[in-house]
Design a protein around this ligand. Structure first.
Ligand code: C2O
Ligand code: CU
Ligand code: CU
Length: 463
């Protein structure tokens, strides 16, 4: 079905039916009361080249004294941080211990289509699969989550998500906070809606334009606070929500430095007073707590001033770290800039009526092909509708791309780095330089997970 020729009246009617009007009045997030110290996921590394990852179900005490039914990797809720090094060959030994099919998708990882864990790589209950690959990308904060057709959104919502840290010689040598859980913290932001019994009831709260909730979990912790030292601290932010955008800022109005985008370091730290991440996006930031005294009231807020994460400044640190000023050598080359557009994608719609080039996902249809190692320019246009339209965070599997332009202009400096997901506003056109280093079939889709489930996804075959 192609809806691009609908009249404005027809569109409006469709929008009202889809509840679009109500969705734009986002459910507000509750403030974190700072009652609970933030959970720090377990950090795991390959042993003899193998990392074991089990998808499980279990119960978790999210609210004191209440057991909630949850999903997790290697535990009952969420997952570990898997740390790997560039150049290393790794086997992810995956096992599905759920009572339903799942897949293990490595979001942002340069990996073959077969190993990518898209909807084609379905594992039934009890099934195991070894995914072997060599880490061929630089230092970055990536993540993993399920991708079975029709239940990605629900499985993520219930707790299936973890992080992957890639380290390389550069990241090891740079002057950056890098002590895991001491001055280098993963922060996975997800908003959820709980039933009165404090359970997830995904089907009851599911929204076709993206399921949002009033309750924030950071690393699965409700009402979190983070105790840190009086020093420079690195926060690796992941928007792991199904649909909500977060705009992070400090309550003091002070600036922080962004050092990395989705797929690696920016060329140099960038001073920012706020940063917006759409679902699927990551950023690494440095906050300088050395300039505050221990009594200070410091917190990470959302755009609307909701308190996301209060900080407790704990101890005196004496050796101040000078953050490296040169972090990477990322560039969009002249050659890439001069390439003509070879793939055009039009994102359109909302609710159940979401399309890429007028089509919805079909597992048996390959939408594009591309040659391994060739760089092509993908032009993505987010076509507005009668009500304006929505932001669609556009993601491509199996690679990191470069943002060449946004509406013909140079992208903001914090998007001048490796990306695998880009937030595209209604009316915007972005040009991406896309290269796949491996072969296979890869998904591209909107990372509002319910849009993805509703068919805002296509497939590119790399040959
Ligand atoms: Cu986070 Cu299809 O991906
Ligand atoms: Cu992905
Ligand atoms: Cu979307």
């Amino acid at each position: 079905m192609d809806h691009s020729n609908m009249t404005d009246e027809e569109m409006e009617e469709m929008n009202m039916e889809n509840g679009h009007a109500s969705h734009t009045n986002l459910v507000a997030l509750n403030n974190s009361t700072g009652e609970n110290e933030l959970a720090i996921p377990q950090l795991i590394e390959p042993k003899d080249g193998v990392v074991t990852i089990n998808a499980q179900q279990g119960t978790t005490e999210i609210f004191k004294g209440v057991q909630s039914q949850t999903f997790g990797y290697n535990g009952s809720f969420l997952g570990p941080v898997i740390r790997v090094n560039e150049g290393e060959t790794v086997i992810f030994r995956t096992k599905n211990e759920l009572a339903e099919p799942t897949t293990f998708h490595w979001h942002g990882v340069d990996i073959s289509g077969e190993g990518d864990g898209g909807p084609h790589q379905l594992l039934g209950p009890g099934a195991m699969e070894d995914v072997k690959f060599t880490v061929r990308q630089g230092a970055s904060t990536l993540w993993f989550h399920p991708h079975p057709e029709g239940s990605t959104a629900e499985q993520v919502y219930k707790g299936l998500a973890g992080l992957i840290y890639v380290e390389d010689n550069n990241s090891k040598n740079l002057n950056l906070p890098k002590e895991y859980g001491v001055n280098d913290f993963p922060l996975v932001f997800q908003d959820r809606e709980f039933t009165v019994e404090k359970q997830f009831d995904y089907q009851a709260v599911r929204n076709d334009d993206g399921t949002i909730g009033d309750t924030l979990l950071v690393n699965g912790t409700i009402n979190p606070k983070l105790t840190i030292g009086k020093e420079k601290v690195r926060l690796r932010l992941l928007n792991g929500a199904n649909a909500r955008n977060y705009t992070f800022k400090l309550n003091t109005g002070d600036k922080f430095q962004q050092i990395a985008s989705d797929g690696g370091f920016l060329n140099s730290p960038i001073e920012m007073s706020k940063i917006t991440l759409a679902p699927g996006e990551r950023a690494e930031i440095i906050v300088d707590f050395s300039k505050y005294d221990t009594e200070s009231d410091i917190a990470l807020l959302n755009e609307d001033d909701a308190i996301l994460l209060p900080f407790i400044i704990d101890e005196q640190k004496t050796n101040p770290l000078q953050i490296s000023t040169s972090l990477n050598d990322f560039a969009v080359t002249d050659k890439e800039r001069n390439l003509s557009v070879t793939k055009k994608l039009e994102l359109f719609g909302m609710g159940k009526m979401v399309y890429i080039n007028g089509k919805q996902f079909d597992m048996n249809r390959i939408d594009f092909s591309q040659k391994q190692g060739d760089t092509e320019i993908w032009e993505i246009y987010n076509k507005p509708d009668a009500m304006g339209g929505m932001i669609h965070p556009f993601h491509i599997h199996g690679t990191q791309f470069k943002v060449v332009s946004i509406d013909g202009n140079e992208p903001p400096v914090n998007l001048q780095g490796w990306k695998d997901t880009i937030s595209i506003e209604a009316g915007q056109t972005v040009k991406l330089a896309v290269k796949f280093n491996n072969k296979g079939i890869y998904m591209f889709h909107c990372h509002i997970l319910e849009h993805e489930e509703n068919g805002m996804m296509g497939q590119v075959e790399v040959i």
